[in-house]
Ligand binder design. Structure first.
Ligand code: ZN
Length: 168
C-alpha cells in the first residue's frame, strides 16, 4: 500500500517540475502510479505536447499542419515528402524522435538502391569470383562424370550385343 505521505512526496516532486519517471526513481514508486496520482490531483501533464510549426522541415518531411483526429488517436501531422512531393500523415512522435524521415515509398526505393549497390560491390569482389569459379569447376566435373558413365554403359551394351551375336 502506498501511504498518503508517499503520495504527497511524489506529487511535490512533480510540482517542482520533475518528470514522472525521475520522481518514481527518487521515491521508489512506479512512474505510471505517480502519473495516475497527478492526473487525479489535477496537475498539468509533465510532458509538453509535441507541436510543429507549419513549413518546418524535419528530415525529408515538410510539416503542413495538424491532421484531424477522429477518436482517441495519437496526434498525426500532414506532411509533404520532399523527395516525391506527396502528402502523407506522420505520427508526431515519429517526427520528433526521427523515426520517420521520408515516406514509405521513398524509403523502399532507397533500400532497393542500397541493396543493388551492395550487390554490385559484391559481384565484383574476388570473394564472389572464387565462389563462381568453384561452382563452375564442380559443374564441369559433374559433366565429365556424366559422359564417362554414359560411355561405359554404351560400351557394356555393345559388348553384350556382340556376345549375343557370337553365341547365335
Ligand atoms: Zn516520398
Amino acid at each position: 500500500m502506498r501511504t498518503a505521505k508517499q503520495r504527497k512526496e511524489a506529487l511535490d516532486l512533480v510540482r517542482a517540475g520533475m518528470s514522472y519517471a525521475e520522481a518514481g526513481r527518487r521515491t521508489g514508486i512506479a512512474g505510471n502510479t505517480i502519473r495516475f496520482w497527478s492526473v487525479q490531483a489535477g496537475l498539468p501533464p509533465s510532458r509538453k505536447p509535441i507541436t510543429f510549426e507549419p513549413g518546418q522541415i524535419i528530415g525529408n518531411w515538410q510539416v503542413i499542419g495538424e491532421a484531424k483526429r477522429n477518436g482517441p488517436q495519437k496526434k498525426r501531422w500532414v506532411c509533404k515528402c520532399l523527395l516525391c512531393q506527396e502528402n502523407k500523415l506522420v505520427l508526431g512522435e515519429s517526427l520528433k524522435y526521427g523515426w520517420s524521415t521520408k515516406c514509405a515509398n521513398c524509403s523502399r526505393r532507397e533500400t532497393g538502391v542500397k541493396a543493388r549497390e551492395k550487390w554490385k560491390r559484391y559481384c565484383r569482389s574476388p570473394e564472389w569470383h572464387e565462389k563462381r569459379k568453384a561452382v563452375h569447376e564442380k559443374q564441369r566435373q559433374n559433366g565429365i562424370a556424366f559422359w564417362a558413365k554414359l560411355k561405359a554403359e554404351r560400351a557394356a551394351k555393345a559388348a553384350a550385343e556382340a556376345g549375343e551375336a557370337r553365341t547365335v
